[in-house]
Design a binder for this molecule. Structure first.
Ligand SMILES: [Cu+2]
Length: 118
């Protein structure tokens, strides 16, 4: 009788430990999967919106040309460079390192923006 009780308590304890371990592990992995890893920049009326975009390391930023004029997305430090984007065309780049990435439109160099990767 005592032996059986010990066995049941032991089983119960193992199940509790397993449950605790699972509940401790799952929110972390769920949060990682749910973390947004994309961001959008609109190119419209000769400007980038937002002009300064802050994102986490690993984020893919997509620029969409909403203007009826062609534009490009060119990194000042030659980290990325799009082709000429016509209306509704997109350009994406994934930022894998922290830092500040200023960029401009090579057709209209007064159009500038930056992506801050943290
Ligand atoms: Cu432009």
């Amino acid at each position: 009788m005592i032996r059986k009780t010990v066995w049941i308590v032991g089983l119960f304890a193992s199940v509790m430990v397993a449950t605790l371990l699972l509940s401790a592990a799952s929110p972390r992995s769920a949060a990682k999967a749910a973390e947004p890893t994309t961001a959008e920049v609109k190119v419209d009326n000769f400007s980038f919106g937002p002009a300064t975009l802050a994102v986490a390391v690993g984020t893919t930023v997509t620029w969409t040309n909403r203007d009826d004029i062609p534009h490009t997305i060119v990194s000042n430090d030659k980290v990325f460079k799009s082709k000429v984007l016509d209306t509704d065309e997109k350009f994406s780049f994934t930022f894998t390192k922290a830092g500040t990435y200023p960029y401009f439109c090579s057709i209209h160099p007064k159009m500038t923006g930056s992506v801050v990767v943290q």
